[in-house]
Design a protein around this ligand. Structure first.
Ligand SMILES: NC(=O)C1=CN([C@@H]2O[C@H](COP(=O)(O)OP(=O)(O)OC[C@H]3O[C@@H](n4cnc5c(N)ncnc54)[C@H](OP(=O)(O)O)[C@@H]3O)[C@@H](O)[C@H]2O)C=CC1
Ligand SMILES: N[C@@H](CCO)C(=O)O
Length: 432
């Protein structure tokens, strides 16, 4: 089986090198001989001397996807447009594809998977979500007989690293992001990490595998960590929570909800203890009950582990060039079907709110009256120390719909003298 690799960055370099280091172990699990025959990357000099001797090194990715000798293309250049064209061409040429590119799968997955089904080739992507956690295989295989109802996870290592550094070391956002980049956790464009989009890409893929719905990134609501202030991290701690970037996919009454948002996670939840670049995923299914998965969320070598596992799976499950393992998304193509998405009236949650108000008589009563008039039941209400005549009011509500929250925000903002009101959902204990 001849392999062509696209890219030679953090993940691709680790994949090629670890394949060579662990060649004997890998061979001991396979009847088929595997060879990395070609590597194509933009800056060839970065790869020279680092690929196996017999491997051809080129800057022309098309020469890999069009090479009739290549059986499997491992796409690791990242980004969407060029990666999509290369992957579609590889599939059109009858090649199996392995990728860790969640942006590509979340935004163009349907087109890619449709062509793969037509051509009878497989697309494997264990490295695309929560690298050291075998969540793709779990959903496709280990949990295959379950009706999965909920996936709640910390799926972006970079954001979790930044929030942990801010929470535990008092670090500055920019410094923590620079460290995450230096450690190789961040995307080439780190905006994808911190604006919640990368986690949204990942939860879109998991929702499709779990619920048998088409991959549809347009239906995901996402918000990242860029606006998080240390005041909210500290206030969450005082209330017994950690502020985490949480991705959720829920199936309720046969309707789907997929979102990513900074969320208050209760200290007794395992997700509250997922620190640094680690990821955690809580999964609920009708047969296996609740399960929790924990492992590295990012890093070149960790991702290489997932990619090489896909390669071994491919070599073990291929007969006469055809992959005979599980369908690409776990479900037969004919059984995949769209479902309705929950509206904001149907989505409810407890919420955390922080308002900066003038520290004067009556302000607490004014805010309480807004909650009471809207029939919003308050779970906690705290007033912070006064500084220069201003104070923070911190509240958590009982469960209310997202639309009800939206309706009271302008009133609360007025009570706060026009200062924006900070709001974050609180993790539903039943979801974790
Ligand atoms: N880093 C991580 O922890 C993880 C990354 N991923 C995913 O894996 C993929 C690769 O990530 P990573 O290795 O970190 O990214 P890098 O930026 O480190 O590597 C990208 C590689 O692709 C090459 N490349 C980029 N554009 C082109 C092009 N037009 N033609 C040829 N080569 C090109 C780059 O070349 P050059 O050297 O010239 O820049 C570089 O070698 C991404 O999809 C990412 O989302 C998934 C899980 C974890
Ligand atoms: N940038 C990603 C890499 C792993 O997908 C993260 O930080 O989670």
């Amino acid at each position: 089986m001849k392999i062509g690799v696209l890219g030679f960055g953090n993940v691709a370099a680790a994949t090629v090198q670890r394949f060579v280091f662990n060649r004997d172990l890998i061979a001991s699990k396979l009847e088929t001989e595997i060879e990395i025959a070609k590597v194509a990357t933009r800056t060839v000099s970065r790869a020279s001397g680092l690929v196996p001797q017999a491997c051809v090194l080129t800057d022309d990715c098309w020469s890999v996807v069009d090479d009739p000798e290549i059986d499997v293309v491992i796409e690791l250049i990242g980004g969407v447009e060029l990666a999509k064209e290369l992957v579609l061409r590889a599939i059109a040429n009858g090649k199996h594809v392995i990728t860790a590119n969640k942006a590509l799968l979340a935004t163009s997955g349907e087109k890619i998977l449709q062509l793969a089904d037509q051509k009878g080739v497989c697309v494997l992507f264990e490295g695309a979500v929560a690298v050291s956690i075998p969540i793709i295989k779990t959903l496709k295989e280990s949990a295959a007989a379950n009706r999965v109802s909920s996936i709640v996870g910390i799926l972006n290592g970079t954001s979790n690293y930044i929030l942990s550094q801010m929470s535990e070391q008092g670090a500055d956002f920019g410094d923590a992001l620079a460290q995450a980049q230096q450690k190789g956790y961040a995307e080439a464009d780190p905006a994808l990490d911190v604006n919640g989009e990368d986690a949204a890409h990942k939860i879109t893929i998991l929702a499709s595998l779990a619920f048998g719905v088409p991959v549809d990134f347009d239906m995901v609501r996402f918000k990242g960590i860029t606006e998080i202030e240390r005041a909210d991290i500290q206030a969450a701690k005082r209330l017994g929570y950690e502020l985490k970037l949480i991705a959720q996919a829920q199936l309720r009454n046969d309707k789907v909800s997929i979102s990513v948002a900074p969320t208050l996670v209760p200290n007794h939840s395992m997700l509250a203890h997922v620190r640094g670049s680690m990821n955690g995923i809580s999964l609920a299914g009708d047969l296996f009950g609740p399960a929790f998965f924990y492992g590295s969320g990012a890093g070149g070598v960790q991702t290489a582990s997932a990619i090489l596992a896909d390669l071994i799976d491919l070599a073990q499950s291929t007969r006469d060039g055809k992959y005979v393992g599980a369908p690409n998304m776990g479900f037969k193509k004919s059984a995949m079907a769209g479902k309705e998405y929950l509206s904001s009236d149907e989505c409810s949650s407890q919420f955390y709110l922080r308002l900066k108000v003038e520290d004067k008589v009556g302000v607490l009563a004014e805010v309480s009256a807004i909650f009471a008039k809207a029939d919003v039941s308050v779970s906690t209400l705290l007033q912070d120390e006064s500084r220069e005549g201003m104070t923070d009011l911190i509240a958590t509500t009982h469960a209310i719909s997202t639309s009800k929250l939206q309706s009271i925000l302008p009133l609360l903002q007025d009570a706060a003298g026009g200062h924006p009101v900070v709001t974050y959902p609180v993790l539903d204990e039943r979801a974790d």
